[in-house]
Design a protein around this ligand. Structure first.
Ligand SMILES: Cc1cc2nc3c(=O)[nH]c(=O)nc-3n(C[C@H](O)[C@H](O)[C@H](O)COP(=O)(O)O)c2cc1C
Length: 216
């Protein structure tokens, strides 16, 4: 049996080696997958937590944490309430950015691109996999609306629990996923003396990725 890696030791190991051009996969999604796997192996808590930045019509950015629930060559998926502040902003302006930070590995990954709603089938599949309490919660909470008090939320939760009882809970129309399809991704590896390694991938018009090293 493999022993789990000591995340602190990994941090120094990675910092010492740094990130070299020749270590990068030409495909940034595969590069993400390699780092994500290493982060899971290092047993990083909330490894899939990512900052999500959005800006609506007014151009003022807002940021919050969401959980990455999947990724593939089409992009990075999270689930939320489409009527929340982020949902309203993404409706007005679909461009979004994500930032992962895995402190124990001294690594950051930045992703930006256009967010598209996932299909209802995909949202439904994920919704079904959630605990019943979370499914009811998606009905009960009008995410990002002002609440007069906790009791309003508790009363709505009680109402939904009564409404659905043991019946299957339908996917709320206001709830589902977004997939951020990247056009820029950056991999950052912390190094001693702040001379960190940074590599940026930029999607080209022919579908290939241009990789450039950036000054730290
Ligand atoms: C660790 C963590 C994970 C979270 N995951 C999600 C998530 O997957 N989806 C979501 O809608 N909100 C998630 N939240 C709550 C959001 O940060 C935020 O409070 C909420 O989505 C409302 O954001 P908005 O008003 O900007 O739309 C999470 C918060 C934390 C701290």
């Amino acid at each position: 049996m493999e022993t789990p890696r000591d995340p602190i030791a990994s941090r120094y190991e990675h910092a010492a080696h740094g990130l070299r051009r020749r270590d990068l996969d030409p495909d940034p999604i595969k590069q993400f997958s390699n780092w994500f796997t290493a982060a899971i192996e290092a047993e990083i808590r909330d490894v899939n937590a990512t900052s999500l930045a959005t800006a609506g019509h007014d151009g003022k950015p807002t940021v919050r944490i969401v959980l990455l629930k999947g990724f593939d060559s089409d992009g990075f998926v999270f689930f939320t309430n489409y009527e929340s502040e982020k949902g309203v902003q993404l409706e007005a302006n679909p461009y979004a950015a994500l930032a992962f930070y895995w402190i124990e590995l001294d690594r950051q990954i930045r992703i930006s691109g256009k967010a598209e709603k996932t299909s209802r089938e995909e949202s439904e599949r994920y919704f079904r996999s959630r605990p019943v309490g979370s499914q009811l919660g998606a009905w009960a909470s009008r995410q990002s609306e002002v609440l007069d008090g906790r009791r309003v939320l508790d009363a709505r939760m009680a109402e939904m629990t009564e409404r659905y009882g043991d019946k299957p809970i339908p996917l709320p129309p206001h709830w589902g996923g977004y997939r951020v399809k990247p056009d820029v991704m950056e991999f950052w590896q912390g190094r001693p003396n702040r001379l960190h390694d940074r590599f940026r991938y930029r999607l080209q018009s022919d579908g290939s990725w241009l990789i450039e090293r950036l000054a730290p």
